[in-house]
Design a protein around this ligand. Structure first.
Ligand code: IPD
Ligand code: CA
Ligand code: CA
Length: 258
């Protein structure tokens, strides 16, 4: 198990270095959709991470956002977001990270998220707790939404679907102390695990956005479900992640008629 975590940590740290080294350089920016960007740095980070993982675990499956890696029909699958917060990165807004998780027989067992700007490395292994820079972390203790600072985001299909989170945003922003929108789902989840945010919700995310944060929150005492409070899996289209104490109230707010 330790080897998995060591490689995930190394991959995240090196990826963060590539991101910072290139932040103020010329980068190529392409469009995957009307507002969905990908930079040459997303691709360079993914190439580095995939080569490192394949070099160490050649039989493992890889699911990486930019399409690197191959399916091997292994019970092990690495789920990789080489650069979460690409729009921030493209604008040189200094909040972005790398997120790497290892799924074994459908369960996330290892997770690493690294934010190079804050130099924060979040790590978790199933059943062993979660850490930030080596120190154990825990979710917050706020017990009402009224005293909570929450985070959310809006997926790239916001212009194409009615199910774009604007209704949910209205309900929650009128109930919470504050709501933030940082544009980095993996980091938002770590901030819930750390107790900075009391909860996070979003629609239409992908497995690479949530896989590592899912385990990190569970291992720091938080709860992750869909908007109805039912079972979450990384392929789900809804995520509600909280400190557990406000979870039921958040379900009631999200499910309320507007
Ligand atoms: C995006 C970020 C953002 C979220 C989007 C994601 P990317 O990932 O996590 O916070 O709102 O839905 O797609 O493209 O920057 O890796
Ligand atoms: Ca992402
Ligand atoms: Ca990404």
């Amino acid at each position: 198990m330790q080897d998995f975590l060591k490689i995930a940590e190394q991959a995240c740290r090196e990826s963060g270095k590539i991101q910072l080294d290139n932040l103020n350089q010329e980068r190529e920016i392409e469009f995957k959709g009307a507002i969905n960007l990908v930079t040459s740095v997303d691709k360079a980070c993914e190439k580095f991470i995939v080569e490192l993982i394949q070099g160490n675990f050649p039989d493992h499956d890889i699911l990486a956002e930019e399409g690197g890696g191959k399916r091997k029909d292994s019970p092990y699958k690495w789920v990789i977001d080489p650069l979460d917060g690409t729009t921030n990165y493209a604008h040189r807004y200094p909040l972005f990270c790398t997120s790497i998780a290892l799924e074994y027989q459908g369960e996330i067992i290892t997770a690493a998220v690294y934010e190079p700007n804050r130099d924060e490395m979040f790590l978790a292994e199933k059943g062993s707790g979660a850490t930030c820079n080596g120190k154990k972390i825990a979710v917050s203790s706020h017990s009402t939404v009224n005293e909570s600072m929450l985070a959310t985001g809006f997926a790239y299909n916001i212009r194409e679907t009615e199910d774009n989170n604007l209704n949910h945003f209205k309900k929650v922003v009128l109930s919470a102390q504050a709501v933030r929108r940082d544009g980095v789902a993996a980091s938002d989840l770590c901030d819930v695990a750390m107790g900075r945010f009391d909860g996070f919700w979003e629609l239409n995310l992908f497995p690479w956005d949530v896989a590592a944060g899912f385990l990190i929150i569970q291992e720091s005492g938080g709860k992750v479900t869909d908007f109805r409070g039912k079972n979450f899996e990384i392929y789900s289209k809804q995520i509600l992640a909280t400190n557990d104490k406000i979870h039921q109230e958040m379900v009631e707010i999200l499910m309320r008629e507007l």
